[in-house]
Structures are given as structure tokens and as C-alpha cells.
Design a binder for this molecule. Structure first.
Ligand SMILES: Nc1ncnc2c1ncn2[C@@H]1O[C@H](COP(=O)(O)OP(=O)(O)OP(=O)(O)O)[C@@H](O)[C@H]1O
Ligand SMILES: [Mg+2]
Length: 241
């Protein structure tokens, strides 16, 4: 279980996260939605340990992650991956496996499993600089899976990904959490969030202001609730224009 207590982060006078509280059970896919610049990436980067909060605690299975090493493996996939463009997809994944300390004897098998899983076989020997956005995104997600993380943090994983590849990635995320893992992702694609996530939380003014179980609310009703949070009392008027 991941539990976040009173997390705050500001950049100068810009208060991005403001005493944010949040909880995700193991085995859950949690989607965070929110307007541009609301703090979704900031929050994921803090969870990943890439950025320090000003205040607050993050407990992963009851161990405070802030200032401590977690005994759980956490992988973060940024929204636009910066990969080594002069390596081939396969070379990059093998290199990344060594950085992640994947045992040497397992690296080749893991890499070829992921290349196959993400339909990258025909391009595996091509330089990454020749890959499309979606192909780079798949390499980035594959690299995050090399060390079998317990927690996968995905920043807008399916933006700009075609239907087939989106299906492949979604299937994999669903399979991933069945093994008692946890996924937290951010997205602007509400339909995706509804079909893929168990829970959706709205980040607004530094806090998770509402949370829904997707099996209890229809996409339509979630959309209405989100719109009313974003636009406040004027939402009905704005939507009818
Ligand atoms: N390194 C930084 N220095 C200063 N301000 C920053 C920095 N990183 C983020 N911010 C600010 O923090 C706020 C939240 O940014 P963040 O990238 O987390 O938003 P987001 O919800 O991920 O937006 P988007 O939907 O556009 O990806 C923004 O106001 C942004 O300008
Ligand atoms: Mg972002």
C-alpha cells in the first residue's frame, strides 16, 4: 500500500502540492487526472524519489520513503522519454538492464521477451533515432519493466500512441497489477482512465479533491463530476455553450 500524508511542494511562490493526502492499495491501477500544470508530473516525480517534497510523508508498506531507501522497486516512465538515440532498441534495453542490475544471465531473455511483447521485433536493430514517438514510448515502458518493479509510475503513457499499441500497453498494465503490483498513471484521456483504472483521482489546487471507483460510476458521470471540479459552479453554463 502507498500512503501519502500532507505532501507539499512549491516552486518559489507557486504552491503546486498543498498538504496532499492520497492512498493506493497494492494491486490497484490508479489514474490521476487534472488540468495542465496542476502538478501531476510533480507528484509522480516525488513518488519516484526524483524530486524532494517540502513537507509530508510517503509510506510504502508502512516505510517512510522520504529520506529512506524503499525496499520496493519503483519504476517511473516520464511523458517524453529521453533515450540514447544512437543505440538500437535492443542495445538500449540491454544497457538499461545492466544499469538496473538485472542479473547478467537473465538480461538477454528479459530484453527479447519485452521486445516481443511490445511488438518491436522488426525494429530492434534499428537506431532509436529512427523510431516514431510511439515506438520510443514502448521502449521507455519496456525499460521500466526490466527489473520487475513493484510499483510502476507512468506519466501520460498512452498520449500519441495508436490503437493497437495502446491495446498492447493496456493489456500489459492489467497483467502487471495481477502480480500484486501497483500502477499509478496520469492521463488526459478520460476514456482510457475509465477503462483501465480501478480508481480515478482528481488533482486540483494541490490536493486530490475527489476520487471515484470506475466500476461504480459511468464514464459520463465521472466526466460531469470532473468538469464541475475544473469549472466550478459555471460548469453547466460553459458546457452548454
Ligand atoms: N522544475 C520546475 N521549476 C519551476 N516550476 C516547475 C518545475 N516543474 C514544474 N513546475 C511548475 O509546477 C506546476 C506543475 O507542473 P507539472 O509539470 O507537475 O504539471 P502537470 O499536471 O504534469 O501538467 P501537464 O498536464 O501539462 O503535464 C506548473 O506550474 C509548473 O510550471
Ligand atoms: Mg505532466
Amino acid at each position: 500500500m502507498i500512503k501519502v500524508k500532507n505532501l507539499s511542494k512549491r516552486y518559489d511562490k507557486n504552491i503546486v502540492l498543498d498538504n496532499l493526502n492520497f492512498q493506493v492499495d497494492t494491486g490497484c491501477i490508479y489514474g490521476i487526472v487534472g488540468t495542465n500544470g496542476v502538478g501531476k508530473t510533480t507528484f509522480l516525480r516525488i513518488l519516484a524519489g526524483l524530486s524532494k517534497p517540502d513537507n509530508g510523508e510517503i509510506y510504502i508498506d508502512n516505510i517512510n520513503r522520504v529520506g529512506n531507501k524503499s525496499n520496493k522497486k519503483i519504476s517511473f516512465v516520464p511523458d517524453s522519454a529521453s533515450l540514447y538515440e544512437y543505440l538500437s532498441g535492443e542495445e538500449y534495453l540491454l544497457f538499461f538492464a545492466s544499469i538496473l542490475d538485472v542479473p547478467k544471465e537473465l538480461r538477454k531473455d528479459k530484453v527479447s521477451y519485452l521486445i516481443d511483447l511490445f511488438n518491436l521485433t522488426s525494429a530492434k536493430d534499428e537506431l532509436i533515432k529512427t523510431y516514431s514517438h510511439g515506438m520510443k514510448q514502448k521502449v521507455s515502458i519496456a525499460s521500466a519493466l526490466l527489473n520487475d518493479p513493484d510499483i510502476l509510475l507512468l506519466d501520460e503513457p498512452l498520449t500519441g500512441i495508436d490503437l493497437i499499441n495502446s491495446h498492447i500497453i493496456r493489456q500489459h498494465i492489467k497483467k502487471f497489477v495481477k502480480a500484486d503490483k501497483t500502477v499509478i498513471l496520469t492521463t488526459h484521456l478520460l476514456e482510457l482512465a475509465h477503462s483501465l483504472c480501478d480508481k480515478i483521482g482528481i488533482l486540483h489546487k494541490g490536493k486530490i479533491v475527489e476520487e471515484f471507483s470506475t466500476n461504480k460510476l459511468s464514464l459520463d458521470s465521472i466526466e460531469k463530476r470532473i468538469t464541475s471540479v475544473y469549472l466550478g459552479e459555471n460548469s453547466g453554463e460553459m458546457m452548454s455553450k
